[in-house]
Design a protein around this ligand. Structure first.
Ligand code: NAD
Length: 375
C-alpha cells in the first residue's frame, strides 16, 4: 500500500479532476443559456421567469435529496450560477434599436445605470446633464423618452424648464419621491407621463429580481414599451398611486435611513473601535454593521433629500422617537413584564411574517457566513 501522503496526493488529483469537470459543465451550461437568450429575445420574453426558476430549483433539490446530497447545497450553487446567467442574458438583449432616449442627469449614479441599460438594449441614448442645456432643444426635439435622474430637490425646477417635447415622447422620472415630480410632469407635458422609483442603487449590475415601483400618470399604452423593457431586464413592477408610494416610503426608507444614520453617528461620537466590533461579530451582527456602514459609502445629499423631502415624515419620526423613549423608560424602571408584553404584541402584529423572515434571513446569513467579506 502506498504511503499515506501519496494516497492523499492521488485523491486530491481526482478532486481537481472533478472540479475541472465542473468548470467544463458550467461552460456548457453558459452556452445553453446563450441559446435560451436568443430564443427569449426573438419571443420578447422576460429575462427572469420566477415560475421557471422555482421549478428548476425544485427539481434539482429533489434529485439531490435522492442522490444523498444536500438539497440546500445544490440550491445555493444553482442560484449563484443563475445570477451569472442573468447578467449574460441582459447584456445581449438588444430590443430598443428604434428609440431615442434622453436621460437628464445621465452622468449621475442612477442616470448612468439607466444609460448603460438603454445603450445595451440598442437605443440611441443621450445625457442632458447640468452643462448641456444649450443642446436641450435639439436633444429633445425627436426624443421617444425623456428620463429624469437628477437630485430630488432639483427635479421639479428642471421639469419646468424643459423645452417642449414631441407629443408622443414619454416623460418619466426615477425620483425617490413621487407626488411632486409626477404632478410637475403632468403639468408640463400633455403626452404620456409615468413616475418610476427603482428600489435599488446604482451599484446594481442586472435588474433581475429587483423592484421598480410604477406610479401611472397618463397614456399608459404609449409608455408600455418602457415598462416592458424593465420587465425584460428581469425586474418586478409594482403599481401604486404616488400618494400611497410616498406614505409607504416614509416607513421603508425615511425611518430606516434615520435609524441607521443615528446608529452610525452614535458609534462615531463614541469613537467605538470598529475593527474590534467586526472581529467580535458573527455573520448576523456583521451584516447589521455592514448595513449601517454601507449607508456612509453613499451620497449624503441623496439621503438628506429623501429624509427632508416629505414633511409628513417628521410626524413619523417623532412618533418613533416617542416609542423609543417609552420602551427605554420602562426598561430603566426594570419593568421586564412591560417589555415581554410589548414583545408579544409585536409578535402577533408580525404574525406569519415573523417565521418567514427568520427562515429567509437564515439563508442570507449562511451565505454571508460563506463569504466572510470582512475579517
Ligand atoms: P447623482 O447626484 O449621482 O446624479 C444626479 C445627476 O444630475 C448628476 O449627474 C448631476 O450633474 C445632474 N444634474 C444636477 N443638476 C442638473 C441640472 N440642472 N440639469 C441636468 N442635470 C443635472 O444622484 P443619483 O443618486 O443618481 O440620484 C438621481 C435620482 O435618482 C434622484 O432623484 C434619486 O431620488 C433617484 N434615485 C436614486 C437612487 C440611488 O440609490 N442613487 C435610488 C433610487 C432613486
Amino acid at each position: 500500500m502506498a504511503p499515506l501522503n501519496e494516497q492523499l496526493q492521488a485523491v486530491r488529483q481526482q478532486i481537481d479532476a472533478a472540479d475541472s469537470e465542473l468548470v467544463q459543465l458550467l461552460l456548457r451550461r453558459r452556452e445553453l443559456v446563450a441559446q435560451v437568450g436568443v430564443i427569449k429575445r426573438a419571443a420578447g420574453q422576460p429575462l427572469y421567469v420566477p415560475e421557471r426558476e422555482q421549478q428548476m430549483l425544485q427539481l434539482r433539490r429533489q434529485q439531490a435529496e435522492q442522490a444523498g446530497l444536500s438539497a440546500d447545497l445544490i440550491e445555493d450553487v444553482l442560484r449563484r450560477v443563475i445570477r451569472e446567467s442573468y447578467q449574460q442574458q441582459q447584456a445581449a438583449d438588444v430590443h430598443l434599436q428604434h428609440k431615442k432616449i434622453v436621460v437628464v442627469g445621465g452622468e449621475g449614479a442612477l442616470g448612468g445605470l439607466f444609460m448603460r441599460l438603454f445603450v445595451s438594449a440598442g437605443a440611441a441614448v443621450y445625457s442632458l446633464d447640468r452643462n448641456d442645456w444649450d443642446q436641450a432643444e435639439t436633444l429633445c426635439a425627436d426624443a421617444d423618452l425623456l428620463l429624469l435622474a437628477v437630485p430630488i430637490t432639483l427635479t421639479v425646477g428642471i421639469i419646468e424648464k424643459l423645452p417642449a417635447l414631441p407629443k408622443h415622447c414619454v416623460i418619466a422620472d426615477l425620483t425617490s419621491i413621487k407626488g411632486q415630480p409626477l404632478a410637475a410632469m403632468l403639468a408640463k407635458h400633455s403626452g404620456p407621463v409615468v413616475g418610476l422609483h427603482p428600489m435599488f442603487g446604482p451599484q446594481q449590475v442586472t435588474l433581475a429580481k429587483q423592484l421598480v415601483i410604477v406610479c401611472h400618470g397618463r397614456g399608459r399604452e404609449q409608455y408600455q414599451w418602457l415598462l416592458d423593457s424593465i420587465v425584460r431586464w428581469g425586474a418586478h413592477i409594482r403599481e401604486i398611486s404616488a400618494a400611497q408610494h410616498d406614505q409607504a416610503m416614509g416607513f421603508i426608507q425615511v425611518l430606516r435611513h434615520l435609524s441607521t444614520f443615528v446608529y452610525g453617528a452614535h458609534l462615531a461620537e463614541q469613537q467605538v473601535d470598529l475593527a474590534q466590533l467586526v472581529s467580535l461579530s458573527s455573520p448576523i451582527y456583521r451584516l447589521e454593521l455592514m448595513m449601517v456602514g454601507r449607508l456612509f459609502a453613499q451620497n449624503p445629499e441623496l439621503y438628506a433629500d429623501i429624509i427632508l423631502s416629505q414633511p409628513h415624515t417628521f410626524t413619523m419620526m417623532n412618533d418613533y422617537l416617542r416609542s423609543f423613549e417609552t420602551i427605554l423608560s420602562q426598561l430603566q424602571a426594570g419593568n421586564k413584564a412591560a417589555f415581554i408584553a410589548k414583545f408579544a404584541e409585536v409578535k402577533s402584529y408580525f404574525g406569519d411574517f415573523s417565521q418567514r423572515f427568520l427562515e429567509d434571513s437564515q439563508r442570507l446569513l449562511d451565505t454571508a457566513g460563506d463569504a466572510q467579506q470582512i475579517n
